[in-house]
Design a protein around this ligand. Structure first.
Ligand SMILES: NC(=O)c1ccc[n+]([C@@H]2O[C@H](COP(=O)([O-])OP(=O)(O)OC[C@H]3O[C@@H](n4cnc5c(N)ncnc54)[C@H](O)[C@@H]3O)[C@@H](O)[C@H]2O)c1
Length: 340
């Protein structure tokens, strides 16, 4: 079976994707430098699939190490590139760290792929490229807005770099997947999202608050022009997202792509407000969440949810799991991680 490289394969979305790849019979090689993950994730993956993926602890910022890796694994048929730094606030404080880690590593990998007879490349992009879109739901044709943070900019620049490379390197086929808001955990609760430090995202903040690790959740603004006044996002279960990567990869491996560089939105197509997410959590956990409404936070997009027609019709992928499914799995994962 084809050998697939998953960079950042011990991270949140990467680990779930490794499971789905192994379930489909692919041989998986993971590169991770453990900067935002733990080696224990490898055990989690193994206990779900019964197979231990090949793991190489490697920092993709090390150009020579990347070259050496590809010499050793010149039979890699596909690369799913998750490895990146992803904290928006930190990227404002440390822009060069973000440009080096998110852009430098991408360039090193593409340089190696250019040398192969043929290469299939999947890139983790984000709905952040759309900013506050003028029209909802957001299609892939919506204009890319001026990035609000260096992190967001790395996704925009990353997409441009891949597009430019695919124009001249005809051996490379690529798909950029623009994720909306990934949440949840594997139903086994053997892998999940494990933020280091204070969670940047809503759902781990909710589960950590319910666990007593955080005192209270702040809901930033309830006076937005939305039905309940809180911001709206498109929360997509990480297992659905992981499956989309396998489908996108197969599209490339089987030459079903329409052009050498394509983009797809990955979301449910349904927006949920912050209060709806909290309600879902309270329903599935049976716990009352300690939260308070505070002032709006600067830079928050009011509402963003995907138009999923392109992913549904062309990719042949549709999300299956619900917000309640995601909250249930996230809560189960949080309890297991904390040994409760
Ligand atoms: N989680 C989200 O909300 C979200 C939304 C949109 C896009 N994305 C993108 O999806 C990708 C995966 O996100 P995630 O949530 O799984 O993040 P994550 O931090 O859990 O996973 C990233 C993994 O990459 C590794 N890594 C980082 N830099 C590396 C380097 N130089 N060399 C080797 N390994 C390195 C980290 O140790 C980590 O295991 C990222 O590119 C992220 O920007 C995430």
């Amino acid at each position: 079976m084809d050998k697939i490289l998953v960079t950042g394969g011990l991270g949140f979305i990467g680990s779930h994707t490794v499971v789905e790849l192994q379930n489909e019979g692919y041989e998986v090689v993971i590169i991770d430098n453990l900067s935002n993950s733990s080696i224990n994730v490898l055990d989690g993956i193994t206990s779900i699939t019964g197979k231990t993926p090949f793991f190489e602890k490697l920092d993709l910022k090390d150009k020579e190490a990347v070259e050496t890796f590809f010499k050793k694994h010149n039979d890699v048929k596909g690369v799913i590139h998750f490895a990146a730094s992803k904290a928006v606030g930190e990227s404002v404080q440390e822009p060069l760290l973000y440009y080096e880690n998110n852009i430098g590593t991408l360039v090193y990998i593409l340089k190696e792929l250019k040398k192969l007879p043929s290469a299939n490349f999947i890139f983790s992009s984000s709905c952040t490229v759309y900013g506050q879109a003028d029209e909802l739901p957001i299609t892939e044709n919506a204009p890319v807005k001026l990035a609000e943070s260096p992190y967001g900019n790395t996704k925009q620049i990353g997409e441009e770099i891949i597009k430019d490379t695919c124009k001249i390197a005809t051996n490379i086929k690529a798909i950029a997947l623009r994720y909306f808001n990934p949440i949840g955990a594997h139903e086994s609760a053997k892998i999940g999202e494990l933020p280091i430090g204070v969670p940047q995202n809503l759902v781990p903040f909710i589960t950590q608050t319910a666990m007593g690790i955080r005192e209270q959740l702040s809901v930033f603004g309830d006076d937005y022009p939305t039905p309940d006044g809180t911001c709206i996002r498109d929360y997509i279960h990480v297992v659905d997202l992981a499956k989309a990567h396998v489908i996108a990869l197969k599209r490339l491996l089987k030459n079903r792509n329409k052009s050498n560089y394509e983009t797809f939105n990955l979301g449910t197509g349904k927006g949920s407000s912050v209060l709806e997410v909290i309600n879902s959590f309270e329903k599935v956990s049976g716990k009352k969440l300690n939260y308070k409404i505070v002032d709006r936070r600067e830079g928050d997009v009011i509402s963003a949810y995907a138009d999923t027609k392109k992913a549904n019709n062309e990719l042949g992928w549709k999300s299956q799991l619900t917000l309640d499914d995601a909250m249930r799995s996230a809560w189960k994962w949080e309890q297991i991680v904390r040994g409760k």
